[in-house]
Design a protein around this ligand. Sequence first.
Ligand SMILES: CC(C)(COP(=O)(O)OP(=O)(O)OC[C@H]1O[C@@H](n2cnc3c(N)ncnc32)[C@H](O)[C@@H]1OP(=O)(O)O)[C@@H](O)C(=O)NCCC(=O)NCCS
Length: 156
Amino acid sequence: MDKNPEIELRFSRAADSVFIRELSIVAFRPYGDYGDVVPDWHISGNSITVIACFEGAPLGFAMVSKPFSRYDHNNSSELLAIAIEASWQGRGIGRFLLKEIENVALEAGIMTLFLHTAIDNRNARKLFSDSGYRVWQVKKGFYPLGQDACVMAKKL
Ligand SMILES: CC(C)(COP(=O)(O)OP(=O)(O)OC[C@H]1O[C@@H](n2cnc3c(N)ncnc32)[C@H](O)[C@@H]1OP(=O)(O)O)[C@@H](O)C(=O)NCCC(=O)NCCS
């Protein structure tokens, strides 16, 4: 985090749903309308969200589901979403947030983290593959706007 020593990470509060909604609308727009879906996950009681802030103002978030057993793995979970505001991208904050949400997942007993990302989302795929995620399967036409997704997985 040398490039951004002043970025702070904290667990989300209910009031962060407004920020999560606004960022989800913009960040996931290429793939569909996620303005209701992601805030619904946030308040579902089945997820944990970490917020990245600069001087108290949120600029990004990462969200994992609570442990479940899926894809034949016990104690697994899904990285439901990760997004950084466009003006803050490319400064190492996404990588910082990903590492932190992995630590949070480990503390919650999660051993394997899955995620879906669009095959054409090159920035995200590079972040995930550089961070140790490997392609698990491909889902054709997964997103509301028709893009294919790959499921990636990492043993924490
Ligand atoms: C994916 C996302 C969270 C990455 O956040 P970020 O803060 O920009 O990422 P970082 O600055 O930490 O970069 C981490 C790595 O991601 C990749 N990356 C990020 N931005 C990139 C860019 N503009 N061009 C190329 N690679 C990029 C690189 O591998 C980078 O590592 P490097 O700097 O060592 O090359 C951010 O681009 C985003 O919010 N995108 C929109 C939402 C989204 O697609 N989320 C993922 C699907 S759930």
